[in-house]
Write a protein that binds this ligand. Structure first.
Ligand SMILES: [Zn+2]
Length: 98
């Protein structure tokens, strides 16, 4: 059996869960819209990774800057989002405030 690349779709067609799912009471870090994407910043030497929850709107606005800092992205279920994947992964209303 060939090794599975992290974030690759499993043979059964479902994406593997690689990060914790977002809890029902968690809110976005950016605004009042529900979270749609988890961005995880890779930790420095002895630090823990930093997890940020973004709505679709603010994830689109921040994606390039986060990717430039080597962040990895997961949907609200914890499945990996490929760098070239389309967003929204999950529908979210536009934020009330920019
Ligand atoms: Zn937002």
């Amino acid at each position: 059996m060939p090794p599975t690349e992290p974030g690759a779709t499993a043979a059964g067609g479902w994406a593997p869960r690689l990060w914790n799912p977002v809890g029902p009471t968690e809110s976005s870090c950016c605004c009042s819209a529900p979270p749609a994407v988890q961005a995880v910043l890779r930790p420095a030497a002895d630090r823990a990774p930093v997890e940020l929850l973004f709505c679709c709107h603010h994830f689109r606005a921040s994606r390039a800057a986060l990717a430039a800092r080597d962040a990895v992205f997961f949907d609200v279920q914890g499945a990996s989002i490929r760098p070239d994947a389309e967003v929204p992964v999950a529908p979210a209303p536009e934020p009330l405030y920019p």
